[in-house]
Design a protein around this ligand. Structure first.
Ligand code: NA7
Length: 540
């Protein structure tokens, strides 16, 4: 390759989570490129390095929440549970890093603070918080989709005398909640994992809920050795199935309307999915659930009945009933004793609609609906500036010094969720407008990494200097993403999928949904490659 100095690389990858690790492996070991990875954390893991709150665990089944590029790893690695905890996933990623000798090309404890495209040299100039400036032909942010913390601007937080934490930046040594009065703010997928755990230690737990969620049981537990053995023997087929599936999972929507079957059959089906646990109820339900308000309502009603049957105090059960949004249009939280936790005498629920919204943080606690709730510790489980946040935080400047902020002023605009007009040789792994968060992430990550590797290989072999999408291709993709989702109920929710969780964030649907899921998306990307990277401009 062309690089000579240690500050000039063929490719710079930002982030050493699942995406960055595999991107490094692919470009370095498949293509023989000179690659450098910058990672802010002090080891590999990305999302799984930072999200170490109590109860943090995966909620895809672990046997498919893995890298599939190395067959030996699939056989060797043993998960201890259906949904492994955050420390176990970190151990897995350490094992991958060791086996593929990845750490020698990763600079830890280093955050990329900015990068600009040098149009004369056709290279990216990248700056870090350690004062380094390095250059590369290709820049690949592998920064994750849910990695920019959303800490809402609560009035008075600075005067709070207790301790406070955000779930996505929890102290490594953990937090001892014993004998403490604890508040959890938020009731999304993270809080639903954390609340039952915290309630076991805390003297008193007060949960501040803005929107009640539809939670379904995770049904975590040991996986029998027979099932594990059978899966290991069948991995080739499993890999093919998840790659061709809609959601990168072994869940398939029932090809019937929820309204065409008898109430008895539907109830039987619902109970089966409920017992199976995990995403079965969300991603394996009747196919019109995401499209028809009426079909959706029968699913929602089933969950409400489950809540009513689990939560003993009718007033608390009422507060926990989701209202005002369709089932499945916000990220599905998986619950392990979540609803049961509200039966405990040390747990209370403060609901914005019934009890009043959070007004301010005081010296001693949280004031909501005119009443002060004294606490010693506040845990903010308030989520992320999803999908666009992590890319915008990199302060990227493309052609003509145009920033990504400017390019995405009205919401993300990309081609395939991989590349952006005016930002040559930049590839956004699981970027906005790709399936990403609406799929089992490792499946989408591997697909993006392998596709980008193919494109870079093509560039190198054909002596091209830059690649970027045409305006037409990008506009068509943006239109396609929005057209598909507008036929669903997803656009009606105040979800982070719709950018609705951050005040002032331009309203836009952030991932890509279908029409044939990750399988169809993969085929589309492959077709584009086969046609000589249709929709891209490649310059010599
Ligand atoms: P989420 O799903 O964005 O949940 C955040 C929660 O915090 C949710 O209940 C929010 O209520 C609540 N929230 C956010 N801002 C506020 C303010 N200002 N006041 C009160 N409550 C607020 O993030 P998670 O971390 O739970 O999950 C993120 C993803 O991580 C998850 O989907 C998995 O993919 C892994 P809201 O519903 O917006 O009314």
């Amino acid at each position: 390759m062309t690089t000579t100095s240690p500050t000039d690389f063929d490719a710079i990858v930002i982030g050493a989570g699942f995406s960055g690790m595999y991107m490094l492996k692919s470009l370095r070991d498949k293509l023989g490129l000179n690659v450098k990875v910058f990672e802010a954390g002090d080891t590999v893991g990305g999302t799984w390095y930072w999200n170490r709150y109590p109860g943090a665990r995966c909620d895809s089944d672990a046997y498919i929440y893995v890298f599939t590029f190395d067959k030996q790893m699939l056989q060797e690695w043993e998960w201890s549970e259906r949904y492994p905890t955050q420390p176990e996933i970190l151990r897995y990623l350490e094992y991958v890093a060791k086996r593929h000798d990845l750490k020698r090309d990763i600079q830890f404890g280093t955050r990329v603070t900015g990068a600009e495209f040098d149009e004369k040299a056709d290279r990216w100039i990248v700056h870090t918080d350690k004062g380094e400036t390095v250059t590369a032909k290709y820049l690949i942010p592998a920064v994750g989709t849910l990695s920019t913390t959303n800490l809402p601007d609560f009035k008075g937080l600075e005067r709070f005398k207790g301790k406070w934490y955000h779930t996505s930046r929890f102290p490594k040594e953990g937090v001892d909640f014993t004998a403490k009065r604890v508040a959890v703010v938020g009731t999304g997928a993270t809080a639903v994992q954390a609340i039952p755990e915290i309630s076991q230690q805390a003297k008193q737990l007060t949960v501040f809920q803005r929107t009640a969620n539809y939670c379904v049981p995770a049904r975590n537990g040991k996986v029998s050795p027979e099932v594990t053995r059978a899966r290991k023997a069948d991995y080739d087929n499993i890999i093919q199935r998840i790659r061709e599936s809609f959601f990168g999972q072994e869940h398939y929507m029932i090809p019937k309307s929820a309204l065409e079957v008898s109430p008895e059959e539907r109830e039987r089906q619902f109970e089966q999915m409920w017992d199976a646990g995990g995403f079965a109820f969300w991603l394996g339900n009747y196919q019109d659930m995401f499209f028809s308000a009426e079909a959706n309502e029968v699913c929602a009603d089933f969950i409400r009945r489950k809540i009513r049957a689990t939560v003993l105090d009718p007033k608390t059960a009422d507060k926990l009933m989701p209202k005002g949004h369709y089932y499945g249009t916000k990220r599905q939280p998986l619950d392990t004793n979540y609803y049961e936790t509200f039966n405990k005498p040390n747990v209370q629920l403060i609901d914005a609609a019934t009890d009043g919204a959070i007004e301010e943080i005081t010296e001693n606690g949280i004031r909501a609906g005119g009443k002060e709730y004294p606490v010693d510790i506040i845990v903010f489980a308030t989520g992320f500036d999803a999908m666009t946040g992590p890319f915008k935080a990199l302060n990227l400047k493309g052609r003509g010094g145009r920033t990504l902020d400017q390019a995405w002023q009205e919401g993300p605009r990309s081609y395939l969720g991989i590349s952006v007009v005016g930002f040559p040789n930049l590839f956004t792994i699981t970027g906005p407008q790709s399936p990403s968060v609406l799929s089992n992430m490792p499946v989408s990550i591997e697909q993006h990494v392998e596709w980008v590797t193919g494109l870079i290989d093509h560039m190198e072999k054909s002596g091209k200097k830059t690649v970027e999408p045409t305006v037409e291709a990008q506009e068509q993709w943006v239109g396609h993403v929005n057209e598909i989702v507008s036929a669903t109920l997803m656009t009606s929710a105040n979800s982070w999928y719709m950018s609705a969780n951050i005040p002032g964030k331009p309203k836009a649907f952030l991932p890509y949904l279908g029409p044939e899921g990750v399988g169809g998306y993969r085929r589309k990307c492959d077709e584009i490659a086969a046609k000589g990277y249709e929709g891209f401009k490649l310059s010599a």
